[in-house]
Each structure stands twice: as structure tokens, then as C-alpha cells.
Design a binder for this molecule. Structure first.
Ligand code: G3P
Length: 218
């Protein structure tokens, strides 16, 4: 299972990278705005900074909603760095652009996916990644994990190579449940990765080991 971090915060990205378990980064316009990154030149420079920090794939989202605009933006993003994956919204123009990029060998991440039908369309269009939003489904009392299970079943039935990128992950249990369901990738905040470290018995056990070592070596 690949671990992506879902942020545009360079210090969070560096911390996850330093842990040695980071496989990539996902961003979106809201996450860029949260870091105060605005304007095309600054946004492109920020993607470059993120690519310099990590070794894996970096999803960069287009803001156009028409096919021609998506193609123009996506080509510019893909040309920026070989690690860039063009992130496209699940609308008709996004599906069309996904097919266009797939034919050109440019990697894509189809985002804002909330149904199995949408995930099927993304795979048919040759998406590299599909991003079902778990947390936002849970927010409206709909089982986000069930969507991951449905997509896994459908993709396995037909051997689709599109990777399931579980997004809108909010906490460690989402990560663990997605791992059980065979999600290829998860993307979440730094806390969803570092939270996996924590267990009180680990801390208690380590304290005891160190205490016993001191007793035997004073
Ligand atoms: O990767 C998608 C993600 O950024 C959405 O997360 O927490 O805003 O629903 P959230």
C-alpha cells in the first residue's frame, strides 16, 4: 500500500518524507490556498518545491472545467516535472481529458469520485489513479469504506490497472480499513500517518527496557 500525504504544507511533507514511508503527495486548490499559495507562478513554483522534497508522484490539480482548458493546464503541469500527475475532476470534460492524457502517456488522478459508476468511468478513460473521497461520504452518513470495497471488486473483475487512491482520509482507522480492503494508495494528513505509530504498550515497554538496562549497567 502506498502512503501519500494530502497537503501542500512543506514542513508536513518533509516530516513524512523523513520518516521514510512516504510514496507521494496529493494537493488540491483548497490545500494550496490554505498555505497561502496563490497566483499561477507561485503555484507552479510550489509544485516544483514539493517535487524537490519527495521522490514519488505529486498530484497537481487543474482548475479549468472545459476540455481545452484542462488539456492546456495539464500539459503545462506535466511538463513542469516528471513526478507530476495531472489531477482532473470527475466531470464529462475531466473524463475526456483523462482519455486524452492517457493516450499521450501522461499520468492522471481523477478526483471528486463519490460513486462506483464514476470510478468505472475513470478506469475506462485510463486514469492512473482514482480518488474516492471517504471522509466526505462519511460526513453525509454514507459508508465511504463501502465505496472502496465496490471499486476494488469492479476493478478486480476486469483487471483494470487504475490504482484506487483512497482520499479524504481523516484518521488512522480509515488507513487501516482501506488497507484491509485492498486500496492501492491512501492519502491523508500527516496525523493519519504518524498516528499509526502510537500504542501505549510500546511506550510502557520501551520505558521498562531502558529502566532495566540502566539497572544492569550502572
Ligand atoms: O484528497 C482529497 C482531500 O483533500 C479531501 O479531503 O478532508 O477535505 O475531505 P477533505
Amino acid at each position: 500500500m502506498k502512503f501519500f500525504i494530502d497537503t501542500a504544507n512543506l514542513s508536513d511533507i518533509a516530516e513524512a518524507q523523513a520518516l521514510g514511508v512516504l510514496d507521494g503527495v496529493t494537493t488540491n486548490p483548497s490545500l494550496m490556498a490554505k498555505e497561502g499559495i496563490t497566483g499561477e507562478a507561485n503555484i507552479l513554483a510550489h509544485y516544483q518545491n514539493i517535487c524537490d522534497l519527495v521522490k514519488g508522484d505529486v498530484s497537481a490539480e487543474v482548475i479549468s472545467t472545459d476540455f481545452d482548458g484542462m488539456v492546456k493546464e495539464g500539459e503545462a503541469l506535466a511538463a513542469l516535472h516528471p513526478q507530476i500527475v495531472v489531477k482532473l475532476p470527475m466531470i464529462a470534460a475531466g473524463v475526456k481529458a483523462c482519455k486524452y492524457f492517457s493516450n499521450k502517456g501522461i499520468r492522471t488522478n481523477v478526483t471528486l469520485v463519490f460513486s462506483a459508476g464514476q470510478a468505472l468511468l475513470a478506469a475506462k478513460a485510463g486514469a492512473t489513479y482514482v480518488s474516492p473521497f471517504l471522509g466526505r461520504l462519511d460526513d453525509i452518513s454514507t459508508d465511504g469504506l463501502n465505496l472502496i470495497a465496490e471499486i476494488r471488486l469492479i476493478y478486480d473483475n476486469y483487471g483494470f490497472e487504475t490504482q484506487i487512491l483512497a482520499a479524504s482520509i481523516r484518521h488512522t482507522m480509515h488507513v487501516i480499513d482501506c488497507a484491509k480492503l485492498g486500496s492501492d494508495v491512501m492519502t491523508g494528513p500527516l496525523s493519519s500517518i504518524t498516528g499509526l505509530l502510537k500504542h501505549p504498550l510500546t511506550d510502557i515497554g520501551l520505558a521498562k527496557f531502558l529502566e532495566d538496562y540502566k539497572k544492569g549497567n550502572h
